[in-house]
Ligand binder design. Structure first.
Ligand code: DGY
Length: 436
Protein backbone atom coordinates (compact mmCIF):
# COMPACT_ATOMS: atom_id res chain seq x y z
CA UNK A 1 0.00 0.00 0.00
CA UNK A 2 1.35 3.47 -0.80
CA UNK A 3 1.87 6.01 1.95
CA UNK A 4 -1.09 8.05 0.67
CA UNK A 5 -3.37 5.03 0.73
CA UNK A 6 -2.32 4.12 4.25
CA UNK A 7 -3.03 7.66 5.40
CA UNK A 8 -6.45 7.68 3.73
CA UNK A 9 -7.33 4.33 5.28
CA UNK A 10 -6.21 5.54 8.72
CA UNK A 11 -8.38 8.66 8.48
CA UNK A 12 -11.31 6.60 7.30
CA UNK A 13 -11.01 4.34 10.37
CA UNK A 14 -10.82 7.27 12.78
CA UNK A 15 -13.79 9.02 11.18
CA UNK A 16 -15.87 5.83 11.19
CA UNK A 17 -15.09 5.24 14.89
CA UNK A 18 -15.93 8.85 15.84
CA UNK A 19 -19.34 9.36 17.45
CA UNK A 20 -20.54 12.69 16.01
CA UNK A 21 -23.31 13.06 18.51
CA UNK A 22 -21.24 12.60 21.68
CA UNK A 23 -17.89 13.76 20.30
CA UNK A 24 -15.65 10.82 21.18
CA UNK A 25 -14.04 7.89 19.38
CA UNK A 26 -14.42 4.21 20.23
CA UNK A 27 -11.18 2.17 20.17
CA UNK A 28 -12.93 -0.32 17.87
CA UNK A 29 -16.39 -1.58 17.14
CA UNK A 30 -17.94 -4.33 19.29
CA UNK A 31 -14.93 -5.07 21.49
CA UNK A 32 -14.62 -1.56 22.98
CA UNK A 33 -17.83 0.44 22.49
CA UNK A 34 -17.11 3.39 24.88
CA UNK A 35 -14.47 6.08 25.40
CA UNK A 36 -11.19 4.85 26.89
CA UNK A 37 -8.86 7.32 28.59
CA UNK A 38 -5.42 6.72 27.05
CA UNK A 39 -6.90 5.60 23.74
CA UNK A 40 -8.55 9.01 23.52
CA UNK A 41 -5.27 10.81 23.99
CA UNK A 42 -3.56 8.90 21.18
CA UNK A 43 -6.62 9.30 18.98
CA UNK A 44 -6.53 13.09 19.47
CA UNK A 45 -2.94 13.08 18.14
CA UNK A 46 -4.17 11.36 14.98
CA UNK A 47 -7.06 13.80 14.48
CA UNK A 48 -4.72 16.78 14.98
CA UNK A 49 -3.12 15.86 11.63
CA UNK A 50 -6.26 16.54 9.62
CA UNK A 51 -9.21 17.64 11.77
CA UNK A 52 -8.24 19.69 14.80
CA UNK A 53 -11.86 20.19 15.76
CA UNK A 54 -12.26 16.46 16.35
CA UNK A 55 -9.00 16.41 18.33
CA UNK A 56 -10.44 19.06 20.63
CA UNK A 57 -13.81 17.37 20.92
CA UNK A 58 -12.14 14.09 21.86
CA UNK A 59 -10.22 15.71 24.73
CA UNK A 60 -13.29 17.66 25.88
CA UNK A 61 -15.46 14.55 25.94
CA UNK A 62 -12.98 12.85 28.27
CA UNK A 63 -12.60 15.89 30.52
CA UNK A 64 -16.37 16.29 30.84
CA UNK A 65 -16.33 13.04 32.81
CA UNK A 66 -13.56 14.18 35.18
CA UNK A 67 -14.53 13.63 38.81
CA UNK A 68 -14.89 16.49 41.25
CA UNK A 69 -11.60 15.49 42.91
CA UNK A 70 -9.62 15.71 39.65
CA UNK A 71 -9.63 11.97 38.89
CA UNK A 72 -10.01 11.04 35.20
CA UNK A 73 -11.53 7.58 34.79
CA UNK A 74 -10.37 4.81 32.46
CA UNK A 75 -13.70 4.31 30.68
CA UNK A 76 -16.49 6.83 30.14
CA UNK A 77 -19.78 5.12 29.41
CA UNK A 78 -21.26 7.85 27.20
CA UNK A 79 -23.75 5.41 25.74
CA UNK A 80 -25.38 2.05 26.42
CA UNK A 81 -23.97 -1.09 24.84
CA UNK A 82 -24.37 -4.75 25.59
CA UNK A 83 -21.26 -5.81 23.67
CA UNK A 84 -18.83 -5.17 26.58
CA UNK A 85 -18.31 -6.66 30.04
CA UNK A 86 -17.89 -5.33 32.74
CA UNK A 87 -20.13 -2.33 32.06
CA UNK A 88 -21.31 0.61 34.20
CA UNK A 89 -23.58 -1.50 36.42
CA UNK A 90 -20.60 -3.53 37.52
CA UNK A 91 -18.21 -0.63 38.08
CA UNK A 92 -20.75 1.61 39.88
CA UNK A 93 -18.58 4.73 39.98
CA UNK A 94 -21.30 6.60 41.87
CA UNK A 95 -20.15 4.79 45.01
CA UNK A 96 -17.43 7.44 45.25
CA UNK A 97 -18.91 10.67 46.64
CA UNK A 98 -16.93 12.85 44.20
CA UNK A 99 -17.50 10.76 41.06
CA UNK A 100 -18.87 12.51 37.98
CA UNK A 101 -22.56 13.26 38.42
CA UNK A 102 -23.16 13.63 34.70
CA UNK A 103 -21.36 10.51 33.38
CA UNK A 104 -21.16 6.89 34.40
CA UNK A 105 -17.53 5.77 34.46
CA UNK A 106 -15.22 3.17 35.91
CA UNK A 107 -13.57 3.79 39.29
CA UNK A 108 -10.07 3.26 37.98
CA UNK A 109 -7.85 5.29 35.71
CA UNK A 110 -5.29 4.70 32.92
CA UNK A 111 -1.80 6.02 32.06
CA UNK A 112 -2.04 9.85 32.27
CA UNK A 113 -1.30 10.85 28.70
CA UNK A 114 -3.41 14.03 28.43
CA UNK A 115 -0.66 16.49 29.40
CA UNK A 116 1.74 15.42 26.68
CA UNK A 117 -1.14 14.94 24.24
CA UNK A 118 -2.03 18.63 24.57
CA UNK A 119 1.57 19.54 23.72
CA UNK A 120 1.67 17.09 20.79
CA UNK A 121 -1.52 18.41 19.24
CA UNK A 122 -0.32 21.99 19.69
CA UNK A 123 2.90 21.11 17.85
CA UNK A 124 1.00 19.38 15.02
CA UNK A 125 -1.73 21.89 14.13
CA UNK A 126 -1.23 24.95 11.91
CA UNK A 127 -3.50 27.31 13.83
CA UNK A 128 -1.37 27.69 16.99
CA UNK A 129 -3.40 30.56 18.39
CA UNK A 130 -6.64 28.64 18.25
CA UNK A 131 -5.07 25.57 19.87
CA UNK A 132 -3.38 27.59 22.58
CA UNK A 133 -6.78 29.08 23.43
CA UNK A 134 -8.20 25.60 23.69
CA UNK A 135 -5.30 24.55 25.91
CA UNK A 136 -5.80 27.59 28.15
CA UNK A 137 -9.38 26.47 28.76
CA UNK A 138 -8.41 22.93 29.67
CA UNK A 139 -4.90 22.80 31.09
CA UNK A 140 -5.90 23.43 34.71
CA UNK A 141 -8.07 20.31 34.61
CA UNK A 142 -5.04 18.24 33.70
CA UNK A 143 -2.96 19.93 36.40
CA UNK A 144 -5.75 19.15 38.90
CA UNK A 145 -5.60 15.53 37.77
CA UNK A 146 -1.85 15.32 38.46
CA UNK A 147 -2.39 16.95 41.84
CA UNK A 148 -4.91 14.24 42.62
CA UNK A 149 -2.33 11.56 41.79
CA UNK A 150 0.37 13.06 44.00
CA UNK A 151 -2.07 13.67 46.89
CA UNK A 152 -3.90 10.35 46.80
CA UNK A 153 -1.81 7.76 45.01
CA UNK A 154 1.57 8.30 46.64
CA UNK A 155 1.28 7.10 50.25
CA UNK A 156 5.05 7.39 50.91
CA UNK A 157 5.16 10.88 49.36
CA UNK A 158 8.07 9.76 47.20
CA UNK A 159 6.96 11.10 43.82
CA UNK A 160 5.86 7.71 42.44
CA UNK A 161 2.17 6.93 42.18
CA UNK A 162 0.57 3.52 42.49
CA UNK A 163 -1.97 1.70 40.39
CA UNK A 164 -4.36 -0.72 42.08
CA UNK A 165 -5.59 -2.62 39.06
CA UNK A 166 -3.94 -4.20 36.03
CA UNK A 167 -6.42 -2.31 33.82
CA UNK A 168 -4.97 0.94 35.14
CA UNK A 169 -1.57 -0.04 33.71
CA UNK A 170 -2.94 -0.26 30.16
CA UNK A 171 -0.95 -3.51 29.79
CA UNK A 172 -3.91 -5.53 31.00
CA UNK A 173 -2.80 -9.17 31.14
CA UNK A 174 0.96 -8.73 31.13
CA UNK A 175 2.89 -11.65 32.67
CA UNK A 176 4.23 -9.02 35.11
CA UNK A 177 1.00 -9.50 37.09
CA UNK A 178 1.31 -13.29 37.35
CA UNK A 179 3.42 -12.92 40.50
CA UNK A 180 0.66 -10.87 42.09
CA UNK A 181 -2.10 -13.28 41.08
CA UNK A 182 -0.17 -15.94 43.00
CA UNK A 183 -0.72 -13.95 46.19
CA UNK A 184 -4.52 -13.89 45.63
CA UNK A 185 -7.30 -16.45 45.74
CA UNK A 186 -10.45 -14.83 44.37
CA UNK A 187 -13.79 -16.64 44.09
CA UNK A 188 -14.85 -18.06 40.73
CA UNK A 189 -17.23 -15.33 39.61
CA UNK A 190 -20.18 -16.08 37.41
CA UNK A 191 -20.10 -13.70 34.46
CA UNK A 192 -20.55 -13.69 30.76
CA UNK A 193 -17.50 -12.70 28.74
CA UNK A 194 -18.28 -10.48 25.75
CA UNK A 195 -14.77 -9.89 24.43
CA UNK A 196 -14.40 -13.49 23.28
CA UNK A 197 -17.49 -13.16 21.11
CA UNK A 198 -15.56 -10.57 19.05
CA UNK A 199 -12.02 -11.96 19.23
CA UNK A 200 -10.48 -15.46 19.33
CA UNK A 201 -10.15 -16.51 23.01
CA UNK A 202 -6.52 -17.52 22.32
CA UNK A 203 -5.77 -13.79 21.92
CA UNK A 204 -7.52 -12.66 25.13
CA UNK A 205 -7.09 -13.13 28.91
CA UNK A 206 -8.39 -16.36 30.49
CA UNK A 207 -11.57 -16.62 32.59
CA UNK A 208 -9.47 -17.19 35.70
CA UNK A 209 -7.59 -13.95 35.00
CA UNK A 210 -10.95 -12.16 34.86
CA UNK A 211 -11.68 -13.47 38.38
CA UNK A 212 -8.62 -11.55 39.62
CA UNK A 213 -9.63 -8.44 37.70
CA UNK A 214 -13.18 -8.48 39.06
CA UNK A 215 -12.05 -9.23 42.59
CA UNK A 216 -9.81 -6.16 42.69
CA UNK A 217 -12.78 -4.05 41.64
CA UNK A 218 -14.99 -5.65 44.30
CA UNK A 219 -12.42 -4.75 46.98
CA UNK A 220 -12.30 -1.14 45.76
CA UNK A 221 -16.10 -0.96 45.58
CA UNK A 222 -16.46 -2.30 49.12
CA UNK A 223 -14.58 0.87 50.15
CA UNK A 224 -16.36 3.23 47.75
CA UNK A 225 -13.22 3.61 45.62
CA UNK A 226 -11.45 5.41 48.44
CA UNK A 227 -7.74 5.72 47.54
CA UNK A 228 -6.54 5.57 51.15
CA UNK A 229 -8.45 2.34 51.79
CA UNK A 230 -7.26 0.90 48.50
CA UNK A 231 -3.66 1.73 49.46
CA UNK A 232 -4.20 -0.07 52.73
CA UNK A 233 -6.02 -3.13 51.44
CA UNK A 234 -5.61 -3.87 47.75
CA UNK A 235 -3.47 -6.96 47.06
CA UNK A 236 -2.50 -5.25 43.80
CA UNK A 237 -0.50 -2.09 44.54
CA UNK A 238 2.16 -1.37 41.94
CA UNK A 239 4.44 1.47 40.91
CA UNK A 240 4.41 0.96 37.18
CA UNK A 241 7.27 2.40 35.08
CA UNK A 242 5.01 3.04 32.08
CA UNK A 243 2.31 4.77 34.11
CA UNK A 244 4.78 6.91 36.06
CA UNK A 245 6.76 7.73 32.92
CA UNK A 246 3.55 9.00 31.28
CA UNK A 247 2.85 11.19 34.31
CA UNK A 248 6.38 12.59 34.22
CA UNK A 249 6.18 13.25 30.46
CA UNK A 250 2.84 14.99 31.00
CA UNK A 251 4.32 17.11 33.83
CA UNK A 252 7.11 18.18 31.47
CA UNK A 253 4.55 19.13 28.79
CA UNK A 254 2.43 21.10 31.28
CA UNK A 255 5.51 23.11 32.29
CA UNK A 256 6.19 23.97 28.64
CA UNK A 257 2.56 24.88 27.99
CA UNK A 258 2.18 27.01 31.13
CA UNK A 259 5.37 28.84 30.13
CA UNK A 260 3.80 29.63 26.76
CA UNK A 261 0.55 30.76 28.35
CA UNK A 262 2.35 32.92 30.94
CA UNK A 263 1.21 34.06 34.37
CA UNK A 264 1.31 30.58 35.96
CA UNK A 265 4.42 30.75 38.15
CA UNK A 266 2.89 28.84 41.08
CA UNK A 267 1.83 25.91 38.97
CA UNK A 268 5.16 25.81 37.15
CA UNK A 269 7.10 25.66 40.40
CA UNK A 270 4.80 22.95 41.77
CA UNK A 271 5.27 20.93 38.58
CA UNK A 272 9.04 21.36 38.73
CA UNK A 273 9.12 20.17 42.34
CA UNK A 274 7.07 17.08 41.40
CA UNK A 275 9.41 16.41 38.51
CA UNK A 276 12.58 16.57 40.53
CA UNK A 277 11.32 14.25 43.21
CA UNK A 278 9.68 11.84 40.76
CA UNK A 279 12.64 11.48 38.40
CA UNK A 280 15.12 10.98 41.24
CA UNK A 281 13.01 8.31 42.93
CA UNK A 282 12.11 6.67 39.62
CA UNK A 283 15.80 6.11 38.91
CA UNK A 284 16.55 4.88 42.44
CA UNK A 285 13.63 2.55 42.75
CA UNK A 286 12.66 1.25 39.31
CA UNK A 287 15.97 0.77 37.51
CA UNK A 288 17.27 -2.80 37.58
CA UNK A 289 21.03 -3.10 37.05
CA UNK A 290 20.96 -6.82 36.38
CA UNK A 291 18.32 -6.59 33.65
CA UNK A 292 19.64 -3.33 32.23
CA UNK A 293 16.29 -1.48 32.12
CA UNK A 294 13.40 -0.36 34.31
CA UNK A 295 10.97 -2.75 36.02
CA UNK A 296 7.74 -2.60 38.03
CA UNK A 297 7.75 -2.24 41.81
CA UNK A 298 5.29 -4.26 43.89
CA UNK A 299 4.45 -1.81 46.65
CA UNK A 300 2.26 -4.28 48.52
CA UNK A 301 5.06 -6.84 48.84
CA UNK A 302 7.92 -4.30 48.76
CA UNK A 303 9.99 -5.68 45.91
CA UNK A 304 10.84 -5.15 42.28
CA UNK A 305 9.07 -7.45 39.81
CA UNK A 306 12.03 -8.60 37.78
CA UNK A 307 10.76 -8.97 34.23
CA UNK A 308 11.44 -7.03 31.06
CA UNK A 309 8.53 -5.72 29.02
CA UNK A 310 7.94 -2.90 26.57
CA UNK A 311 7.08 -0.78 29.64
CA UNK A 312 10.76 -1.15 30.69
CA UNK A 313 11.77 1.24 27.87
CA UNK A 314 8.98 3.83 28.24
CA UNK A 315 11.17 6.05 30.48
CA UNK A 316 13.21 6.98 27.37
CA UNK A 317 10.12 8.81 26.11
CA UNK A 318 10.11 10.93 29.28
CA UNK A 319 13.85 11.72 29.41
CA UNK A 320 14.18 9.86 32.71
CA UNK A 321 17.34 7.73 32.21
CA UNK A 322 20.83 9.17 32.28
CA UNK A 323 22.76 8.86 29.02
CA UNK A 324 24.71 5.94 30.56
CA UNK A 325 21.54 4.07 31.46
CA UNK A 326 20.01 4.84 28.08
CA UNK A 327 23.06 3.22 26.41
CA UNK A 328 22.60 0.08 28.50
CA UNK A 329 18.86 0.02 27.80
CA UNK A 330 19.39 0.10 24.05
CA UNK A 331 21.79 -2.84 24.31
CA UNK A 332 19.16 -4.71 26.35
CA UNK A 333 16.48 -3.84 23.80
CA UNK A 334 18.50 -5.11 20.86
CA UNK A 335 19.76 -8.24 22.59
CA UNK A 336 16.47 -9.38 24.11
CA UNK A 337 13.78 -7.99 21.78
CA UNK A 338 15.56 -7.10 18.57
CA UNK A 339 16.87 -10.31 16.93
CA UNK A 340 16.86 -10.38 13.11
CA UNK A 341 13.94 -12.83 13.25
CA UNK A 342 11.70 -10.32 15.07
CA UNK A 343 9.90 -7.08 14.48
CA UNK A 344 10.31 -4.53 17.25
CA UNK A 345 9.05 -4.37 19.90
CA UNK A 346 7.38 -7.32 21.63
CA UNK A 347 5.37 -6.27 24.69
CA UNK A 348 7.04 -8.91 26.87
CA UNK A 349 10.48 -10.51 27.03
CA UNK A 350 10.51 -13.02 24.11
CA UNK A 351 13.06 -15.17 25.96
CA UNK A 352 10.77 -15.73 28.94
CA UNK A 353 8.69 -18.88 29.28
CA UNK A 354 5.74 -16.58 30.02
CA UNK A 355 5.98 -15.04 26.54
CA UNK A 356 2.99 -15.70 24.30
CA UNK A 357 3.24 -14.12 20.82
CA UNK A 358 -0.53 -13.97 20.26
CA UNK A 359 -2.05 -13.15 23.60
CA UNK A 360 -2.82 -9.47 24.08
CA UNK A 361 -0.15 -7.98 26.40
CA UNK A 362 1.78 -11.22 26.92
CA UNK A 363 3.99 -10.71 23.86
CA UNK A 364 2.42 -9.03 20.82
CA UNK A 365 3.59 -5.68 19.44
CA UNK A 366 1.42 -2.62 20.14
CA UNK A 367 1.57 0.52 17.99
CA UNK A 368 1.24 2.94 20.92
CA UNK A 369 4.22 1.45 22.78
CA UNK A 370 6.17 1.47 19.52
CA UNK A 371 5.28 5.13 19.01
CA UNK A 372 6.63 5.98 22.46
CA UNK A 373 9.72 3.89 21.89
CA UNK A 374 10.38 5.58 18.55
CA UNK A 375 10.13 9.02 20.12
CA UNK A 376 12.07 7.93 23.20
CA UNK A 377 14.98 6.54 21.17
CA UNK A 378 15.06 9.77 19.16
CA UNK A 379 15.23 11.78 22.41
CA UNK A 380 18.60 10.12 23.02
CA UNK A 381 19.64 10.25 19.37
CA UNK A 382 19.53 6.51 18.74
CA UNK A 383 18.29 7.32 15.26
CA UNK A 384 18.94 3.99 13.53
CA UNK A 385 17.13 1.83 16.02
CA UNK A 386 14.36 4.46 16.28
CA UNK A 387 13.86 4.22 12.53
CA UNK A 388 13.74 0.47 12.73
CA UNK A 389 10.90 0.71 15.27
CA UNK A 390 9.07 3.11 12.98
CA UNK A 391 9.60 1.02 9.83
CA UNK A 392 8.52 -2.18 11.63
CA UNK A 393 5.32 -0.47 12.78
CA UNK A 394 4.50 0.72 9.27
CA UNK A 395 5.34 -2.67 7.75
CA UNK A 396 3.08 -4.55 10.16
CA UNK A 397 0.11 -2.30 9.46
CA UNK A 398 0.75 -2.38 5.71
CA UNK A 399 0.95 -6.17 5.63
CA UNK A 400 -1.81 -7.11 8.04
CA UNK A 401 -4.08 -4.09 8.50
CA UNK A 402 -4.92 -1.71 11.34
CA UNK A 403 -5.10 -4.35 14.04
CA UNK A 404 -4.96 -3.91 17.80
CA UNK A 405 -1.71 -5.93 18.16
CA UNK A 406 0.72 -7.91 16.05
CA UNK A 407 2.94 -10.98 16.13
CA UNK A 408 6.59 -10.07 16.60
CA UNK A 409 7.84 -13.21 14.80
CA UNK A 410 8.85 -12.64 11.19
CA UNK A 411 8.34 -16.38 10.56
CA UNK A 412 4.56 -15.84 10.84
CA UNK A 413 3.69 -14.34 7.49
CA UNK A 414 -0.09 -14.56 7.40
CA UNK A 415 -2.83 -13.27 9.70
CA UNK A 416 -0.29 -11.83 12.11
CA UNK A 417 -2.60 -8.99 13.22
CA UNK A 418 -4.65 -9.87 16.30
CA UNK A 419 -7.41 -8.55 18.58
CA UNK A 420 -9.73 -5.85 17.26
CA UNK A 421 -9.49 -4.66 13.66
CA UNK A 422 -9.83 -1.06 12.42
CA UNK A 423 -8.31 -0.09 15.74
CA UNK A 424 -8.32 3.66 16.39
CA UNK A 425 -4.95 4.25 18.04
CA UNK A 426 -3.15 2.08 15.46
CA UNK A 427 -4.65 4.39 12.82
CA UNK A 428 -4.00 7.60 14.77
CA UNK A 429 -0.38 6.89 15.61
CA UNK A 430 0.41 5.55 12.17
CA UNK A 431 -0.68 8.94 10.83
CA UNK A 432 1.78 10.53 13.22
CA UNK A 433 4.60 8.14 12.30
CA UNK A 434 4.00 8.81 8.59
CA UNK A 435 4.14 12.58 8.99
CA UNK A 436 7.71 13.06 7.75
C1 DGY B 1 -10.49 -4.73 28.20
O1 DGY B 1 -11.68 -4.91 28.42
O2 DGY B 1 -9.70 -5.62 27.89
C2 DGY B 1 -9.98 -3.34 28.31
O3 DGY B 1 -8.79 -3.17 27.68
C3 DGY B 1 -9.90 -2.89 29.72
O4 DGY B 1 -9.48 -1.58 29.73
Amino acid sequence: MSKDNLQEKAKHILDANFNEDKGFTIPCEGLYPFQWNWDSGFIAIGFAHYDSNKAKREVEALLRAQWENGFIPHIVFHNDSDTYFPGPDFHLSKLHPLASKSHRTTGMTQPPVLGFVLKEIYDIVDDKEDMLNFIKQNIDKVFFNHQHFYNHRDPNQEGLVFIYHNWESGTDNSPIWDDIWETMDPPNYKFERRDTTHVDAAQRPTNREYDYYLHLIEIAKAHNYDDAKIAELSPFLVQDPLFNAMLIKSNEALIELYEMIGDSEDKISTLKAWQEKAITRFNEKLYNEKLGAYVHYDLRNEKQIEHLSSSSFAPLFSNIPTKEHADVMVKTLIKKFGGEDRYLCASFDPESDRFNPKKYWRGPIWINLNWMLYNGLNNYEFTDIANRVKEDSITLVEKYGFFEYFDSRKSVTEHAGYGGNNFSWSAALLLDLLKD
